[in-house]
Design a protein around this ligand. Structure first.
Ligand code: DOR
Ligand code: ZN
Ligand code: ZN
Length: 465
């Protein structure tokens, strides 16, 4: 297209009319969320970018036109907390099934967690993961890395394109000794020079293992024992410890899946002191409580676990008051066999959430608990800002054409058996929801249409920092 424009420019000087250029696609009759308002407009897309937003008669000629029938058009929603698995864990999920689930759920960009087989924690493991992903993904995918043992490997990992580092504190996953404050400080000091953030799973391993061993010795192996081990204290202790170390290194810390009242309170205190701290909550910690274990059992087990109801209310308040920055799904697929085990300590923790998150949030919009602006802030604007995802996060001329189209009137029941994810279970199975992603565009290409994947594997792109 650009070439065509250049030819015309040469022939007619600079007098090129918009009508002389044929661009890739025009989306008409959109109700688009732009600059905190919903406006009736059309969007012109070329070479993966939004090139014009305006009235339909002013749109350039396009090879294709799609009538959006006055549906709500949002900036492509992003999920910064996803375990796509693949490689040695492809039996749970792979890059194709995971990103198909994302597209189907109205998500245009995901950030992939590093607890894979092999663990993503070197330039080589990251390069290899990106190479495998490139052939299969349907949406944009960026990658976290765990910290390597040798601090000298941190820079090459960033140069390879890791979007952020992940620090998993509940157990030893990466190469960094999580029990050694000095080692953690050294790692933080190293990343502070490289301008990438550290996302933290805040559960203190020492505290957690001590409680777990005691419970095991007492032969307590059920869900209530798991809840006792993964206590509020375990979360708060880890948040306090990391905040203290981060202060010395002055780096940006992002706390994943905050789940307790005092956990959030500790983060708010850190924010109020002026530290660059951000945080995330998940749909399960907002919408489920410990009572739900009676109904759902071990399928609902996650780490950190869902809590007693008062904690949910505190998290909702955190959203309302702007303390919570991001909503991430923590999509963590496992097989049904891995989820349904008698001994709670053997159960694999995590739930698939890519296909439920947006409908669940839109249902809360319908109920008046959230606004569309909140959804866009928590799942597009803030993720783009925090993770430095340039050219994404809002509908704007010049930005990437990542677009989520939703039908707010559409009511349906969550049916996990129909998920694109390999994990065909959900704690939200059977829930009646209102608000459905009906079209997902990634870099200007239609990937999902009415629940169906309409693009080829590899249509998505790899995001490098
Ligand atoms: O519930 C969880 N599942 N929490 C984690 O921290 C890990 C994740 C997984 O990878 O399954
Ligand atoms: Zn986690
Ligand atoms: Zn996770």
């Amino acid at each position: 297209m650009i070439k065509y424009l250049l030819v015309l420019s040469v022939r007619f000087g600079n007098n090129v009319r918009a009508t002389d250029v044929i661009i890739d696609l025009v989306l008409t009759k959109a109700k688009a969320y732009i600059d905190k308002e919903i406006v009736d407009c059309s969007l012109a897309i070329n070479d993966g970018k939004i090139v014009k937003i305006g009235k339909e008669p002013n749109m350039p000629k396009a090879q294709a036109k799609i009538d959006l029938k006055h549906l709500l058009v949002l900036p492509g929603l992003m999920d910064v907390h996803v375990h796509l698995r693949d490689e040695g864990k492809a039996y749970k999920e792979d890059f194709y099934s995971g990103t198909a689930a994302a597209a189907s759920g109205g998500i245009t960009t995901v950030l992939d967690m590093p607890n894979n087989d092999p663990v993503t924690m070197s330039a080589e493991t990251l390069r290899n993961r990106m190479k495998i992903a490139q052939e299969k993904v349907l949406v944009n995918v960026g990658f976290y890395s765990e910290f390597p043992k040798n601090m000298k490997e941190i820079k090459p990992i960033v140069e390879e394109g890791a979007v952020a580092f992940k620090l998993f504190m509940a157990d030893q996953v990466g190469g960094l000794n999580i029990d050694d404050d000095n080692a953690v400080l050294e790692a933080f000091n190293t990343v502070s020079k490289l301008n990438v953030l550290v996302a933290v799973h805040a559960e203190d391993r020492t505290e957690l293992k001590k409680a777990e061993e005691e419970l095991k010795r007492a032969n307590c192996n059920d869900i209530s024992a798991f809840l006792r081990a993964h206590s509020e204290k375990v979360e708060v202790k880890a948040i306090k410890r990391i905040t203290k170390i981060a202060k010395q290194a002055s780096i940006h810390i992002h706390f994943c899946h905050v789940s307790t009242e005092n956990g959030l309170k500790t983060i708010i205190d850190g924010k109020k002191s002026g530290m660059p701290i951000t945080c995330e909550v998940t749909p399960h910690h907002l919408l489920l409580s410990a009572d739900d274990f009676k109904r759902i059992g071990t399928l609902a087990l996650t780490m950190p676990p869902i809590r007693e109801k008062p904690h949910c209310a505190v998290l909702w308040n955190g959203i309302k008051n702007g303390w919570v920055d991001v909503l991430g799904s923590d999509h963590a697929p496992h097989t049904l066999q891995e989820k349904k085990l008698e001994i709670v300590w053997s159960v694999k923790v995590g739930v698939p959430n890519l296909e439920t998150t947006i409908p669940l949030l839109l249902t809360q919009v319908k109920k008046g608990r959230l606004s569309i602006g909140d959804v866009v802030r928590l799942m597009a604007e803030k993720p783009a800002e925090i993770f430095n995802l340039k050219g994404r996060g809002s509908l704007k001329e010049g930005n990437c054409a990542d677009i989520t189209v939703v039908d707010l009137r559409r009511k349906f029941r969550v049916d996990a058996s129909k998920f694109h994810s390999k994990a065909k279970y959900s704690p939200f199975d059977g829930w009646l929801v209102q608000g459905k992603p009906v079209k997902t565009f990634v870099n200007g290409r239609l990937i999902m249409d009415e629940g169906e994947i309409v693009a080829n594997a590899g249509s998505g792109s790899i995001i490098r920092s």
